[in-house]
Design a binder for this molecule. Sequence first.
Ligand code: PMP
Length: 352
Amino acid sequence: MNNRKWADKIRKIEPYVPGEQPQMKDIIKLNTNENPYPPSPRVKKVMKEFSTDKLRLYPSFKFEELKNVLCAAYGINKDELYIGNGSDEVLALCFAAFFNSDKPILMADITYSFYDVWSEFFNVKYEKIPLNDKFEINRVDYYKENGGVIIANPNAPTSIYMGLDDIEDIVKHNESSIVIVDEAYIDFGGESAVGLIKKYDNLVVVQTFSKSRSLAGIRIGYAMADKALIDVLEAVKNSFNSYTVSVFSQTAAAECAADIEYFDECRKKIMKTREWTIGELDKLGFKTLPSMTNFIFTKNNNIEAKKLFEYLRSKKIIVRYFDKKRINEYLRITIGTDEEMEKLIEAIKEYS
Ligand code: PMP
C-alpha cells in the first residue's frame, strides 16, 4: 500500500510562499501590505442590505455596475477592461494568454516572486534582469528581443517607482511583444500607465482592490488593455473557469470603487504615515528606499535584519524578511495606522 507508483506522472511544483496570516490575537500585522483602514462604509451598507436570493444564480460576467464605475474612473471602454478573482489570478491568466513564445520573457531579478512561479507553471521561458545598485530598472536592458515583459510598478518588495516616461519607452521598444505592468501599489503616489493603453496595443495594466481599496479579502483584480488583448484574456478564462468572481464580491467592489472621496482620504493618510515612519527610521540610522507604495524597504547597517525581524515578532509585530540574495539585509514593513507605526518605532528603539 502507498508505494506511489504514479509519482512520475504528476506535477512537481515549487509554489509561491505568501506572507503568513497569523491567527494570534493582538498582533500588529505589517507583513502582507494590507490596508490598515476598513473598506468604504458603502461596502458595509451594501453587504447588510444584500439579498441572499441573488446567490441562487450564477454571477453575471458582464460586471455591469463595476465596469461602469471603473471605466468612468479610468476613461476606458468596457471592452478594454477584464475583471477577475484578485490580481494574482488576473496576472496568472495574462501569463497563460500573452506569453506564448519560444523566446524568454524579461523580468527584474528582484521583483514580485510570483512571476517566476507562473513562468514555471505555464512553461514560459524567462530571463531575470538585474536591477541597478539603487534597485532601479534600467529601461535599455529591456530593448532586446523577448517573449514578453512583466514589470511591477512600483516594484515589490523594493517599493521603488519608475516614471511613466520610462514605462512608455519600454512599451515603445517592444511593439512585437506584450508588456504587462503590474500596478498593485500605484495608488500610493505613482501615476498609472492606463492612459497609454489607447496609444499602445501591446500594453496591459493590472490593478487590484486589495491594497488602496482595503478589499484584499474580497479578491478583485482587473486588467486594462486594447480590446483584442482583453478578448484573449476572456477566452483563456473561459477555457478554465467562467465564473471567477462571486455576486457578492462584484456588488461590494462596485460600491467601494464609487466612493472616491474615501479612497483618496485613506491613501493620503497612508502616504503621510509612510513619510513619518521613514523620518523616524532615519533618526535611528536606517536607510529606507524611496517608497511610492504602502510599505517600505529598509535596512540598518548596524542591525541584522533577521534578528530584528525575530525580535519584533516576539513583540507581536509581524513584518516581512526575505532570506534572498541582495535583499537579506532589508525588512519590508507595511504601513499601518499611526498608532501601529508609533509602536513599531518604540519597539525598534528598545532593540537598538
Ligand atoms: N502584484 C504584486 C506586486 C503584489 O505584491 C501582490 C500582492 N501580494 C499582487 C500582485 C496580488 O494581489 P491580489 O491578488 O490580492 O490582487
